[in-house]
Design a binder for this molecule. Structure first.
Ligand SMILES: Cc1cc2nc3c(=O)[nH]c(=O)nc-3n(C[C@H](O)[C@H](O)[C@H](O)COP(=O)(O)OP(=O)(O)OC[C@H]3O[C@@H](n4cnc5c(N)ncnc54)[C@H](O)[C@@H]3O)c2cc1C
Length: 450
């Protein structure tokens, strides 16, 4: 049956909260959906999936609305908006956390804080927890806890055939969901296991532009020997107006090294060699709860809506030409919010038991060239920089796999390259849960039907 002429009216007549369009964070995405339905619960989700199937149109799932590729909306299909389906239930005795479909990472962190518990959650706050976890998800304790998806122990899903199913540890479907994104259905609830991290120590080191290449070289050697408790991120970006930063450096390119130690008692000993970083302008350390840490990091991101183009990849040990290319790209930052992230991987990530399908587990680095802007006047410069950033990331990365959480719209067909040998396993699960490929607005896995 084709879609009706006035889908919004039809959906409203069926008592669904339908609107013409949906707001997502990235202003670069221009999409014209048939309608968006703000689901109030599992029944609404099932009805919308059933309608999309009968109208034979694809679905986009809108959680936090934060995907850089704008995957929370689409042309000519239905947007299934779960942003009203929020809620976090923490059981401190088991450290289990149940999270509703549209709950943001900020809300989850707030709910965990009174219990001294943490997950390794991405910043900023508005990112959807489920959207991040289904694509792996890299947060502030990644080397200690692995990906966000590594904490997932159960999921309730409305599949492409509008059935509600629960998957637990050991199920092939849960393995697929932990990295394979929204390919398999709408996750209406996710269950995760949090870790006891009441406090962390955060070091922030600001390095001047003239020392970026030396500092990256030093970072490559220094971060290779870190204990699992330490997460380190080098960010090449315009230097923000932090305390004690000389005024003439503010706004100029530099490197911000953020180092987070999850065991404050060991921080001083383990991080003593940080003092040897080259070109340091300012260095500071403080203890913070995970929530306080998140609130301070949140300030670096633009307000609600912004233009974003992200190019990403997985890297091996940094080489001299790689460092030269990253340093050159850093020298022409197109806006104050844009950045190149060089996240040290390793630690607990490669050895996580019960890992899902999220790729990149054996990489040395996650690399991101991220153009972000809120001022229209910066848009053209940001687009040009992102194009150059794509070339640099391609030259520096190791292999063609993408970082699923950071893909752009034109990379949606790169699932085979990204999941490698696991692609066939994912395609088999897709064939069982979404045989008609309703959920194809993402890093799309084609169903294999048996
Ligand atoms: C500025 C910026 C910074 C970022 N920083 C980080 C970071 O530090 N670490 C990190 O890991 N990622 C980061 N991301 C990426 C972000 O985590 C992912 O794009 C994530 O998928 C966003 O989820 P969302 O629900 O907010 O987005 P949406 O656009 O609403 O959803 C994205 C996709 O997630 C899937 N999805 C969402 N909810 C559900 C659900 N309930 N059921 C099934 N599928 C669902 C769907 O496939 C959907 O298309 C960043 C993105 C931006 C733009």
């Amino acid at each position: 049956m084709p879609a009706p002429e006035n889908p919004v009216a039809e959906l409203r007549a069926a008592s669904l909260d339908a609107v013409r369009d949906v707001v997502i964070a990235n202003t670069e995405t221009r999409a014209d959906p048939l309608a968006a339905v703000r689901c109030g619960g599992v029944d609404d989700v099932r009805r919308v999936v059933g309608l999309a199937a009968s109208w034979e149109v694809p679905l986009a799932i809108r959680g936090g609305g934060y995907s850089a590729g704008g995957f929370g909306t689409l042309d000519g299909g239905l947007v299934l908006d779960v942003s009203k389906m929020t809620g976090v239930v923490v059981d401190p005795s088991t450290r289990r956390v149940r999270v509703g479909a549209g709950t943001t990472t900020g809300a989850v962190e707030e709910a965990l804080a009174p219990h001294g518990l943490a997950l390794t959650l991405p910043v900023p706050n508005r990112i959807g927890l489920v959207g991040a976890a289904l694509l792996g998800g890299v947060g502030v304790f990644v080397r200690k806890l692995g990906y966000v998806s590594d904490a997932v122990v159960g999921a309730t899903v409305v599949t492409g055939t509008a059935e509600t199913r629960r998957f637990d540890r050991g199920d092939e479907e849960l393995w697929a969901l932990k990295g394979g994104g929204g390919n398999f259905g709408v996750v209406t609830e996710l269950e995760l296991e949090a870790a006891p991290i009441p406090r962390a120590v955060v070091h922030q080191v600001v390095i001047g532009q003239e020392a970026i290449a030396d500092a990256l070289q030093w970072y490559d050697g220094w971060s290779a020997g870190l204990p699992d408790d330490v997460t380190a991120v080098a960010m090449l970006r315009a230097i923000p107006p932090l305390p004690d930063v000389p005024a003439d450096r503010v706004g100029r390119p530099g490197m911000l090294l953020t180092v987070i130690h999850a065991d404050p008692a060991r921080a001083e000993t383990d991080l003593a060699r940080l003092a040897a970083a080259p070109g340091v302008l300012v260095s500071s350390a403080r203890a913070a709860t995970p929530l306080e840490l998140r609130m301070s990091m949140e300030r670096g991101f633009p307000a609600e809506r912004f233009g974003a183009i992200i190019r990403s990849g997985w890297g091996a040990q940094l080489t001299e030409p790689g460092i030269a290319a990253l340093t050159e790209l850093a020298g022409r930052m197109p806006s104050t919010a844009s950045a190149i992230e060089v996240v040290r991987m390793g630690g607990a990530i490669p050895g996580i038991a019960d890992a899902g399908s999220a790729p990149g587990r054996h990489a040395d680095y996650l690399l991101n060239a991220m153009a972000l802007w809120t001022d229209d006047a910066e848009a053209e410069g940001c687009r040009a920089w992102a194009e150059h950033g794509r070339e640099v990331i391609h030259a520096v990365r190791d292999g063609d796999a993408l970082v699923p959480g950071f893909i752009s719209e034109d990379e949606a067909g790169m699932a085979r390259e990204t999941y490698g040998d696991d692609y066939a396993r994912l395609a088999a699960v897709k064939g069982r849960l979404d045989p008609a490929n309703l959920f194809r607005r993402n890093l799309v896995v084609e169903p294999v039907l048996r």
